[in-house]
Design a protein around this ligand. Sequence first.
Ligand SMILES: [Zn+2]
Length: 441
Amino acid sequence: MTVDPTHPDLKSKNKDSSIIDATKFHFLGGADEVGNVGCLIEDDTTTRVLVDYGLAPTKPPRYPSPSPPVDNVILTHAHIDHIGMTPWLTGSYDSNLHGTKLTADVSEIMWSDTYKISDIEGYPLGWDRRDMEMALDSWIPHEFREWFEIGNWNCRLHRAGHIPGAAMIEILTPHKRILWTGDIDTRNSPNVQGAKPVKCDILCMEGTYGGRNHKPRREEEERFVKRILQVVSRGGIALVPAFASGRGQDVLRILHKNTPHLEVHYDGMGTRVTRHWMKNPQFIHEPKELESAFRWSRRVSGKSDRKKALNGDVIVTTSGMLDGGPAIWYLNRLRHNQANAILLTGYQAEGSGGRKLIEERHIEIFGKRIHIPLEYDKYDLSNHADHNSLIKFASECEPSDIILFHADPEASREISKSIPREIRVHCTTNNSPIIIPHDRE
Ligand SMILES: [Zn+2]
């Protein structure tokens, strides 16, 4: 990745006439799309912050635009579409990384995995292991609700729901109070309590689920448990592909609570992420329950464990989109017995293995396109706020302006239509800044 020296943001900060008496939001990625988020926020005080810098793990991955030099980056949570490109920043600019301690702890696993995958798949990444080491040394962790200074601004983090350690960012500038939601969920999930609104002038809100509402979470969990029991009672194994950071742990807690008699094997990167969660119990909802669910599950740590898992009842493992990882190894063995089933628990991106399973009933296994005759089903165990929750949250923050991001154009339109008229809504696109004047009431 190279930086264009003629990029407007590389000029002297004071001379940028567009930000005199205004706050400017420049999306480098993740504006009218889900994933690869990065947004520069700056105002006439010469303070500049980059919020998130991730890559979308599609095939090939989608990257944000190169960031101009930036001293301070605030990272909302340890999902790859929010932090995946951060080592490039520390390698290029030696930036400080602000976030919660749990986000910092989990980032190492996420970056190592991203590096490994791009190496195997042959995708350019723009950063290497040395940059990653620098990134790990650049973390400045903050507690929730504790103010810290960046330039002329005061900032603090609030719980965002979504996954443990995920933060919303409150920024107090001399002119405006800004709230950046990151990915949020206002509902309680098995492992984290929901986000609460924060009063602000400018609300930057994610809109992944604009125009769509979730089924009640409890009903969806019951449907999931019922199907697991059905598969096991006919002598099959339920394969549950689940993301390493969030969904896998939610699934474990649901199963531990509802089906304690089953033999549940837990494999993949999620087991390492969970150990970090347990070391940071202040971020977990009922941390003792997580600990018991984790100890109850049979953690897979080698080949012989994997073979044992093939005699169990349920296998919870990465990758959540059937794009690699142990899930593919298991699927290759489980596909021969039609008593087995696949229970998808998350979004399946275009081009992913999970999407191919749904649309073509075929999956690429070790380079070969293989027919998968197994039964599959999808469960909405999302950790994002849905349409109605986003509208309620936005109204309760009482902003004068809302900037929508992390949403496709259709989702943004739906949200805009539902927001009370007195609030100005800005739908964003990458690389065309939103400028909010300070003197406007
Ligand atoms: Zn996320």
